[in-house]
Design a binder for this molecule. Structure first.
Ligand SMILES: *[C@@H]1O[C@H](CO)[C@@H](O)[C@H](O)[C@H]1NC(C)=O
Ligand SMILES: *[C@@H]1O[C@H](CO)[C@@H](O)[C@H](O)[C@H]1NC(C)=O
Ligand SMILES: *[C@@H]1O[C@H](CO)[C@@H](O)[C@H](O)[C@H]1NC(C)=O
Ligand SMILES: *[C@@H]1O[C@H](CO)[C@@H](O)[C@H](O)[C@H]1NC(C)=O
Ligand SMILES: *[C@@H]1O[C@H](CO)[C@@H](O)[C@H](O)[C@H]1NC(C)=O
Ligand SMILES: *[C@@H]1O[C@H](CO)[C@@H](O)[C@H](O)[C@H]1NC(C)=O
Ligand SMILES: *[C@@H]1O[C@H](CO)[C@@H](O)[C@H](O)[C@H]1NC(C)=O
Ligand SMILES: *[C@@H]1O[C@H](CO)[C@@H](O)[C@H](O)[C@H]1NC(C)=O
Ligand SMILES: *[C@@H]1O[C@H](CO)[C@@H](O)[C@H](O)[C@H]1NC(C)=O
Length: 537
């Protein structure tokens, strides 16, 4: 009986892997998002000041990212998303400063010299791969950048004016206009590429195929994806041959789901909005709204487990700017790590950088000294735990469900993990929440943050108190923590991530036998699970 279960367990993993391998590989990853110009200074560079208000280059390069990967990997991240690498418009300062973020693309087929050479980018890619990490590159397809509504395109990748839509300002809410008209304004225009033109389609496909191969890229973050006709993306992502995650700005789940229909994943803007509404302090504290968005997402998307979950990015305010109490971020970030989707942390979030919108949300990281801050430690714990669950169980593909909802509390469960979240903030409260769990009486659950043990009561309930403030609590039966490296359990170094039937660029560098020990490890772990669930139930 047990042997049959084991056999089915292994079989289900093997057959699962054969489908949609690249999204499957990314599902268990955890992404650190970097604006190349702002992450780190090159070695030996003077400790220069960088005023984000100046909107100019501060000196970060691909080499300086490569030299500072320990900081990212030590926090448990398994992938890095870097800002666009393509050549940008070069010229006099615009009313909005210089092209330091990389989104003002002119020739997508050339690299941006401000950030390094072709060899430097290759070195970053191989440094990540040798650490077992993935490289995600941000690409801007929808538009280029110019300073007029009738630009001279002779220095652009697409040189013919007929390859662009004629100028019109976007009429928001009109989808045709959102796709064909120009983002930006008339001071800095973003000429809209005609992505239905067959010459454009094939030029982009040839470029991306060659680019992904040359730099061994593992995933793409696609800027302004919803401003491009949806039927452009399947051919483009197929030519790329790797995981595609599109930016579909706004809280319209239907629109996001439509774009996940044409690429692997989208950034989870609807959940981001709901998290702000639920956890921001002061704020509406709308926990029922978060649950509604979560349930509607599960019904609408093709696959919620590969969406990109975030709290900050280069277009939205830093969380700490809109909600100063650190517990508000800690609870919201725990939702992103412990529910469905791929967690994304924007550089500097771990140091609680506090700028508002563009350009204040793009401050330099170096003034923080890259210290092991309490936020950095919390994120490290979440990554360590999630990597462990992902490496050893099918947690990543399991569904999140709601256990208990209170006026200021929400308890969710994904796989065997229960996360109890609150928006009451740091001050001690004379309150607690009873969370109804499926675990039997006297089962011992551990909180991964404090390692405090919670005993399940007679009705399956666990009582979480806020007497020392509104901290997030993440509970798992203590027997399941063996091998995790958390709460005194030693880390089982032999359990490695399983690159299930990779079709991504890591495949070639992975030893041919890598899958076999990990299958044995999974089988052993499932034995432990089978045994412990018998003990618990
Ligand atoms: C939507 O925008 C398109 C493109 O600008 C325009 O042709 C069309 O008339 C607009 N539709 C409506 C209903 O305004
Ligand atoms: C885009 O290009 C196609 C093919 O060249 C053309 O038929 C179409 O009219 C163009 N679209 C717009 C809105 O200019
Ligand atoms: C809470 O969020 C839901 C879903 O977005 C919304 O329908 C509801 O009006 C919100 N309630 C409050 C009090 O803001
Ligand atoms: C929010 O950001 C703005 C601009 O960066 C800054 O002036 C303000 O002090 C920040 N507020 C908080 C609460 O951090
Ligand atoms: C750079 O300067 C900032 C103060 O502006 C300081 O906090 C930081 O530690 C310095 N970093 C290094 C590497 O010297
Ligand atoms: C950060 O500090 C914590 C607590 O002391 C420690 O366990 C962890 O190893 C440190 N992380 C790094 C990268 O030094
Ligand atoms: C899980 O996989 C990651 C990435 O390969 C690795 O760094 C980590 O050590 C693994 N964790 C465990 C608990 O095996
Ligand atoms: C998760 O939910 C989806 C949609 O509700 C369902 O199709 C899928 O089978 C569920 N997966 C698991 C592992 O329960
Ligand atoms: C806490 O709340 C309970 C019931 O709401 C009340 O009886 C008790 O006095 C309160 N304790 C404190 C210290 O405020």
């Amino acid at each position: 009986m047990l042997n049959l279960q084991l056999f089915l367990f292994i079989l289900s993993h093997l057959s699962y892997c054969a489908l949609a391998a690249t999204a499957d590989q990314w599902r268990g990853r955890s992404i650190y998002q970097v604006v190349t110009d702002r992450y780190a200074l090159p070695p030996n560079a003077p400790n220069s000041t960088c005023d984000p208000g100046q909107q100019t280059w501060c000196g970060g390069t691909w080499n300086s990212i490569t030299a500072n990967l320990d900081y990212i990997q030590n926090a448990g991240f398994t992938a890095v998303w870097i800002s666009p690498v393509s050549q940008n418009w070069e010229g006099p300062r615009t009313p909005y400063g210089d092209a330091y973020t990389g989104y003002w693309v002119q020739d997508i087929s050339q690299l941006n010299e401000h950030f390094g050479t072709s060899d430097d980018l290759k070195a970053l890619s191989s440094a990540l791969h040798s650490r077992g990490m993935y490289l995600m590159v941000d690409v801007v397809i929808n538009n280029v950048m110019a300073l007029s509504t009738k630009p001279d395109y002779s220095n652009y990748f697409l040189k013919d004016a007929s390859q662009y839509h004629p100028y019109c300002p976007v009429d928001w809410g009109n989808r045709t206009s959102e796709m064909n008209c120009w983002l930006g304004d008339t001071k800095v225009t973003l000429p809209d590429v005609n992505t239905t033109n067959p010459t454009v389609v094939s030029a982009y496909q040839q470029w991306i195929q060659q680019f992904v191969q040359e730099y061994s890229v593992d995933g793409l973050r696609i800027d302004a994806a919803k401003h491009v006709n949806a039927d452009f993306w399947p051919g483009f992502c197929q030519a790329a041959g790797i995981f595609c995650m599109g930016e579909v700005f706004g809280n319209d789940i239907g629109e996001c789901a439509e774009y996940q229909g044409v690429m692997d994943s989208v950034l989870n803007y609807p959940i981001y909005d709901a998290l702000v509404q639920a956890f921001q302090i002061p704020g509406p504290g709308n926990m029922t709204g978060l649950v509604e968005v979560m349930k509607q997402s599960q019904q609408s998307y093709r696959d919620v487990t590969v969406l990109g979950n975030f709290l900050e990015n280069q277009d939205n305010p830093r969380w700490t700017n809109i909600s100063v109490d650190p517990q508000s971020m800690y609870n919201a970030i725990t939702y992103n790590f412990m529910s469905d989707g791929i967690p994304i942390v924007y550089y500097g979030q771990e140091q609680r950088l506090n700028g508002n919108n563009d350009p204040w949300n793009r401050g330099p990281l170096w003034p923080t000294g890259y210290v092991n801050s309490s936020t950095y430690q919390l994120i490290t714990t979440l990554n360590t735990f999630r990597n462990f669950l992902v490496n050893t169980t099918d947690w990543a593909t399991s569904n999140t469900s709601v256990l208990t909802i209170g006026p200021n509390e929400l308890a969710i469960m994904k796989g065997s993990v229960i996360s109890v979240l609150t928006n009451v903030g740091s001050p001690p409260q004379n309150s607690s929440i009873a969370v109804y769990t499926p675990y039997p009486q006297s089962a011992a659950l551990l909180d991964i943050f404090t390692c405090v043990q919670y005993a399940v009561g007679s009705n399956g309930a666990v009582e979480v108190s806020y007497a020392s403030g509104g901290q997030a609590v993440v509970l798992i039966p203590s027997v399941y923590l063996a091998g995790s490296g958390l709460c005194g359990y030693t880390k089982n170094a032999n359990i490695k991530v399983n690159n299930k039937g990779s079709k991504g660029s890591l495949e070639s560098s992975a030893p041919a036998t890598a899958g076999i020990p990990s299958l044995i490890a999974m089988a052993l772990v499932s034995l432990v699970f089978a045994t412990s669930s018998i003990l618990v139930s």
